[in-house]
Design a protein around this ligand. Structure first.
Ligand code: NDP
Length: 328
């Protein structure tokens, strides 16, 4: 038997999530069975715990797009019982049963080894949000971002991706400007290393001007929408924006002028189908460049029972930093 947060759908289409004991024979197919220790909470998890958002393929469903734990059994030569592993992405927790359980069965291709410098709990304080933040920073670096070029903007800064991006960039020596709609998070963002705070209201209104004064040497954007359009017109010559999220909307009401007259780059970041080698490289960079004591300070601990309420909170934009779920 194992314990899981099971989401069931009634005939009227309403979903209900509750913690239940399930038989092992209900686990899906896969080469590796993992004793899950920790999971976390992302915006997508909020959708999969609640309304589904078109992500969940079949009910009953076990959400949880991220997990860390120890291999129990493996039919794949790459993993052996006792190995510490991480899983993020690959539509686990959406199309496949995920990490809100004490046991998970998955494809070996989806796992990465836990870096030695990280604990299973640290890894879930990072989670998809932190991995995505690191992938965004790596993409900005590949396109020429170096310290000393000026302030780097992080939008949605008090959220999961934004918090980790702020901590990584600051620890690398960048001057981070953190955009938030929650002024009460200023101390939190400064503790993570933000050098300045930009009010959301300053950037979420559209302007008719396709170009404004050059302000930013780079940007990790978790918001999209009108804010991303506005930020494109404020980037330094040749600078890049890593587009990570759509917390403010999926539209991009922008002009192409910043690309043509300032050589601005818009870099797409996907964590879900990210190839294995780049994932491992990103986790290695996380182990090296993310100050773990800062990360631990942003952890909000939770249990499986807390997830229905937390899922609603993240959909309402009320979660700060990183939730770590102790599934035991
Ligand atoms: P969170 O909900 O933790 O953070 C999002 C933050 O965005 C909020 O905390 C808030 O920050 C800000 N925000 C929310 N609503 C608005 C709005 N209407 N206008 C402007 N800002 C807003 O989510 P995550 O950090 O986990 O994810 C952020 C985004 O990245 C999501 O859209 C998610 O789907 C996407 N994502 C993409 C991935 C990929 O592979 N590309 C992987 C992971 C996430 P504040 O309170 O500071 O203003």
């Amino acid at each position: 038997m194992f314990k899981a947060l099971l989401v069931e759908k009634d005939e009227g289409g309403a979903t209900r999530a509750s913690v239940q004991e399930l038989d092992d024979d209900r686990l899906p197919e896969g080469e590796v069975t993992v004793a899950v220790e920790y999971s976390t909470l992302n915006y997508k998890d909020g959708l999969c715990i609640g309304p589904g958002g078109g992500l969940v393929r079949q009910y009953p469903h076990v959400p949880g797009i991220d997990f860390s734990g120890t291999v129990e059994t493996s039919d794949d030569p790459r993993y052996a019982p006792g190995d510490k592993v991480i899983l993020t992405g690959w539509r686990v927790g959406e199309a496949h049963w995920g990490g809100y359980a004490t046991r998970a069965r998955v494809k070996a291709d989806w796992l990465v080894p836990l870096p030695e410098a990280l604990s299973a709990r640290d890894a879930m304080a990072v989670g998809t949000a932190g991995l995505t933040a690191m992938l965004a920073v790596m993409a900005l670096e590949r396109h020429g971002l170096r310290t000393g070029q000026g302030p780097v903007l992080v939008t949605g800064a008090a959220g999961g991706v934004g918090s980790v991006a702020t901590a990584i960039l600051a620890s690398l020596g960048h001057e981070v400007a953190a955009v938030t709609g929650r002024p009460e998070t200023e101390d939190y963002l400064r503790d993570l290393g933000a050098a300045s705070i930009v009010a959301r209201s300053e950037l979420n209104e559209t302007t008719k001007k396709p170009l404004e004064s050059e302000r930013w040497a780079g940007c990790v954007d978790a918001v999209g929408g009108a804010m991303l359009a506005r930020v494109l017109g404020q980037m330094n010559y040749g600078a890049s924006v890593a587009a990570v999220g759509l917390a403010g909307g999926a539209d991009l009401p922008a002009k192409v002028i910043p690309f043509l007259l300032r050589g601005v780059n818009l870099l797409g970041i996907d964590s879900v189908m990210q190839p294995y080698d780049n994932r491992v490289a990103a986790w290695d960079r996380i182990a090296r460049d993310l100050p773990m004591e800062k990360l631990r300070a942003m952890i909000r601990p939770a249990r499986l029972d807390d997830l229905p309420a937390l899922g609603a909170e993240i959909l309402n934009g009320q979660v700060r930093g990183r939730v770590v779920v102790d599934v035991a």
